[in-house]
Design a protein around this ligand. Structure first.
Ligand code: GDP
Ligand code: MG
Length: 177
């Protein structure tokens, strides 16, 4: 950090997908800047955020792409997926419908992206546990069937956010190195 001559060994493109309002942008804000906002508006403009970290003594630049609100119009383009080596498929654990849509997102993702893509299913908003509409077991079962990693997170409380991103990045590193 702060060393402009720092050599980057790898750049990993990771995409965020899932229904609108599940918390994709806030998960990214938490991971890239350790920030959170309850009044986050539909994402506009920013294409991606980066964070540079060290994995196994190598400098890895994670380039995390956000959907820029396109998920509302089912207009996520193939350019969005191009070159991605990882994906976080996010649903809101308090909204069953967002979990039911995961299969559709997965189909779209697999239709566009690399074969070796590392995918993590994320049940976000675990701080709202009393409003839970998706049992952990249902999500685990789906993840197992589809060979996805799975984790429940809270962007608000910063629970498992770091772990989720780092698990995906470490697994990508393991595959390509
Ligand atoms: P996106 O459309 O998937 O990018 O969703 P946003 O990141 O914009 O979040 C949608 C709404 O959910 C915002 O009001 C966020 O503040 C809220 N939100 C996001 N993550 C969490 C979380 O972990 N817990 C709670 N309680 N609210 C969250
Ligand atoms: Mg967003």
């Amino acid at each position: 950090y702060g060393d402009f001559s720092q050599k980057i060994d790898y750049v990993f493109k990771v995409v965020l997908i899932g229904d609108s309002a599940v918390g994709k942008s806030q998960l990214l804000a938490r991971f890239s800047r350790n920030e959170f906002s309850l009044e986050s508006k539909a994402t506009i403009g920013v294409e991606f955020q980066t964070r540079t970290l060290v994995i196994d003594h190598k400098t890895v630049k994670a380039q995390i792409w956000d959907t820029a609100g396109q998920e509302r119009y089912r207009a996520v383009t193939s350019a969005y997926y191009r070159g991605a080596v990882g994906a976080l498929l996010v649903y809101d654990m308090t909204k069953r419908q967002t979990f039911d849509h995961a299969a559709k997102w997965l189909e779209e993702l697999r239709g566009h992206a690399d074969k070796n893509l590392v995918i993590m299913l994320i049940g976000n908003k675990s701080d709202l546990g009393t409003l839970r509409a998706v049992p952990t077991e249902d999500a685990k079962e789906f993840a197992q069937k589809e060979k996805l990693f799975f984790m429940e997170t809270s962007a608000l409380e910063a629970t498992n956010v770091e772990t989720a991103f780092l698990s995906v990045l470490t697994e990508i590193y393991r595959i390509i190195s």
